[in-house]
Design a protein around this ligand. Structure first.
Ligand code: GDP
Ligand code: MG
Length: 672
């Protein structure tokens, strides 16, 4: 579609990009009152103008090369060259939003500005001189409210006029003083190279003043040129007594202050903002902020995993059981081949069922979390935890995925997408599985019943805490070895508190549920077939009744010695751990099958023949920390991007699991 008009939708986080995108294209992308919701690019045709295509890009504050989102957007703009940049601004926060606008102007791509949230501006009785702003920036400006669907038609007409007209490039000369001299000198120095590489010269010059390394590489400057460049910048820094980056920031804000001062009547807080300040005085209180947050999380977990959760899960379990029995009966009646029967009933229904069972929990958990997110509260949590997280080399943004890890690792790993830098993301992906997810609970429940019946709560609590402790240690370890570097500075403009919109919460839920079900019927489906196969056949591919003779048992026996140092050199335990890779609950069902008992509760009596209390605890530690389930592995692969990375991640986790389990056992046998 070469002759389509391509429009790049760009703006700060939370400026309303996705809301506008949905209006323009009629699609249903998730709108969240949490920065960083849009990470992937989304394309869509404009409903009213079939020849226009919009790309929704991640929210950014600048075009520096520090975060993945910024690099993505920048590369997209320079390489794909959209016909029009649609810069959306949050009109209630002009100063901050214009900072990005100035950099976009340097790119010299035809641009229109959509001044969003005009409804809030209006409600608060403020005034913005639209024409004045348009003149100052030499760019068409359209006041809109994406939420209330106001001004969108005019905006589209404006885009059409711009795209059909002569390719006028916006031009605002906002440089001043010493920087003016430096910028123009650099401009001349790099002009030819920049044109050859098809990089906008003004943009490149500004980036060279800032000391932007990727840009220097892209321009392909030779040593002499770099030398001249260095001297120009040094002279400027000396004269200004300011570091190069600070100088650029300072100059941009000087210009912005002038513009805003002349077009905006002195701004008081909007009603939403002053309400938010009032709420924040309590919720982000210096001392009570974090305790209040823990209280909220406690309530969320209590609702999810407490009475309400078990009410729904129990009903759902019965439903799955009935379905299983129904299918079982029908198949028997039909007289189906027993092997196929075993595959369907013992393999697929048990395996997939064990996972689907958790759907109600997932829905409740995400319902509650998306309310916290949509109101704007989660953004504040990330902000409060920043200090703490920095100590282990992460920023406050990693808090959200790590908390989610207590529920389920899969959505938690998916949530790492909201993190700004690749380093932070990968580190969080590595550490999140150490959080004790809900699927591990059945394992704890049965083992504590068998070995620690008088100290159950204490042992469970120690495992939860142990997971967190290992994550902290391991974060510190990674930070000081392979993942050196600092977490991205956490500049986060706190969004105003808003009532969550039911549509957005429902969309979010639908998204999560769909993803979960899809995984259950793809990865886990295949996984259960493999385990069933290994458990049902021997090396000669004969169907075996006694699983001791199966392929799985053979594999279990060959792996069991790995666990000898932890005191449980038993093929059934090893097999259960392998099977548990499909889903953690499977550890228990495998132990049940291999113990030849008819009921899960009887496993408690068999376990003491395989473990001592010390080795049982070592087993629990291993189960807590080793490879997350297949679904989590698939999510790791997806978010990490490469198979190599994903395998390295599970290798790392399993290594840590082995070491910790070993240490726990060795210390344990000193005491018991
Ligand atoms: P993005 O991060 O830029 O994609 O922003 P979103 O589209 O996700 O919107 C962020 C928040 O601002 C959501 O809570 C929206 O409902 C809200 N919002 C978007 N546009 C408007 C608007 O015109 N007026 C008001 N009052 N709120 C808006
Ligand atoms: Mg968005």
């Amino acid at each position: 579609m070469a002759n389509k008009i391509s429009i790049a939708l760009i703006g700060n986080q939370n400026s309303g990009k996705t809301t506008l995108f949905n209006h323009l294209t009629g699609s249903n992308q998730h709108v969240g009152n949490f920065p960083g919701v849009t990470v992937e690019q989304k394309h869509g045709s404009v409903l009213k103008y079939k020849d226009m295509e919009v790309v929704d890009l991640p929210g950014i504050y600048s075009l520096s090369p520090y975060t993945l989102e910024e690099m993505l957007t920048r590369d997209f703009l320079i390489q794909s060259r959209p016909n029009v940049v649609l810069n959306i601004l949050d009109a209630t926060n002009l100063e901050r939003n214009l900072y990005l606008t100035l950099q976009l102007l340097d790119l010299q791509i035809p641009m229109v500005i959509a001044l969003n949230m005009m409804d809030e501006v209006r409600n608060s009785g403020h005034y913005i001189d639209i024409e004045g702003l348009s003149k100052e920036l030499n760019t068409p400006v359209f006041p809109i409210s994406a939420l209330k669907n106001e001004g969108i038609d005019e905006l589209l007409q404006g885009i059409e006029v711009l795209s059909k007209g002569p390719a006028e490039k916006p031009w605002v000369d906002y440089c001043s003083g010493e920087l003016h001299t430096a910028l123009h000198a650099i401009h001349h120095l790099i002009e030819v190279k920049a044109q050859k590489q098809e990089i906008p010269v003004r943009f490149a010059a500004a980036k060279m003043v800032e000391g932007d390394e990727p840009m220097e590489v892209a321009l392909g400057l030779v040593d002499e040129e770099k030398d001249v460049l260095r001297r120009i910048v040094e002279l400027m820094e000396r004269n200004l007594k300011m570091d190069r980056e600070a100088a650029m920031i300072d100059m941009r804000y000087q210009f912005i202050d002038e513009v805003v001062g002349s077009v905006q009547t002195k701004q008081e807080d909007t009603i939403e903002q002053s309400r938010s300040y009032a709420i924040d005085r309590i919720l982000t209180h210096k001392h009570f902020g974090i305790p209040i947050f823990f209280l909220f999380m406690l309530i969320v977990f209590w609702i999810t995993f407490g009475p309400l959760g078990s009410f729904f899960t129990d009903g759902f379990e019965d439903l799955i059981e009935l379905t299983g029995e129904f299918v079982d009966g029908k198949l028997l009646l039909y007289g189906i081949n027993p092997i196929l029967h075993s595959l369907i009933v013992d393999g697929i229904i048990v395996g997939v069922g064990a996972v689907i069972e958790f759907l109600p929990l997932i829905i409740i958990l995400f319902f509650l979390l998306s309310i916290l997110e949509d109101t704007g509260y989660m953004a504040r949590v990330a902000f409060m935890m920043d200090q703490l997280m920095r100590k282990i080399g992460l920023s406050g943004r990693s808090v959200v995925p790590m908390l989610m890890g207590f529920g389920c690792t899969v959505p938690a790993i998916m949530a790492t997408r909201t993190l700004a830098s690749e380093r932070d993301r990968k580190m969080t992906i590595l550490l999140t599985p150490f959080m004790s997810c809900s699927a591990k609970v059945p394992i704890y429940a049965i083992f504590t019943a068998a070995f620690f019946s008088s100290h159950r709560t204490l042992v469970m609590f120690s495992l939860y805490l142990g997971g967190v402790a290992v994550a902290i240690l391991s974060g510190w370890l990674l930070k000081s070895t392979v993942m050196k570097g600092n977490p991205v500075p956490f500049v986060l403009e706190l969004p105003a508190y808003r009532l969550p919109s039911p549509k957005s919460v429902l969309l979010n839920l639908y998204d999560k549920a769909k993803g979960f079900i899809t995984r259950a019927f793809t990865v886990i489906f295949i996984g259960t077939i493999v385990i069933w196969f290994l458990q049902s056949f021997d090396f000669k591919f004969n169907f075996v009744e006694n699983s001791e003779l199966s392929l799985l048992a053979a594999i279990g026996r060959s792996i069991a010695p790995i666990f000898r140092p932890m005191g449980f050199n038993d093929w059934r335990a090893a097999t259960a751990l392998i099977a548990g890779i499909t889903a953690k609950e499977v550890v228990i069902s495998t132990l049940a099958i291999l113990s030849n008992v008819s009921e899960l509760s009887q496993v408690v009596n068999v376990l003491p023949s395989m473990f001592t209390p010390a080795s049982a605890y070592a087993f629990l530690v291993f189960a807590l920390l080793y490879v997350p389930c297949l679904a989590a592995f698939a999510a790791t692969k997806r978010e990490w991007g490469t198979w190599r990375g994903a395998f390295a991640a599970i290798g790392y986790q399993t290594g840590i699991a082995w070491i910790m389990s070993f240490l726990v056992y060795r210390v344990g046998i000193l005491f018991v």
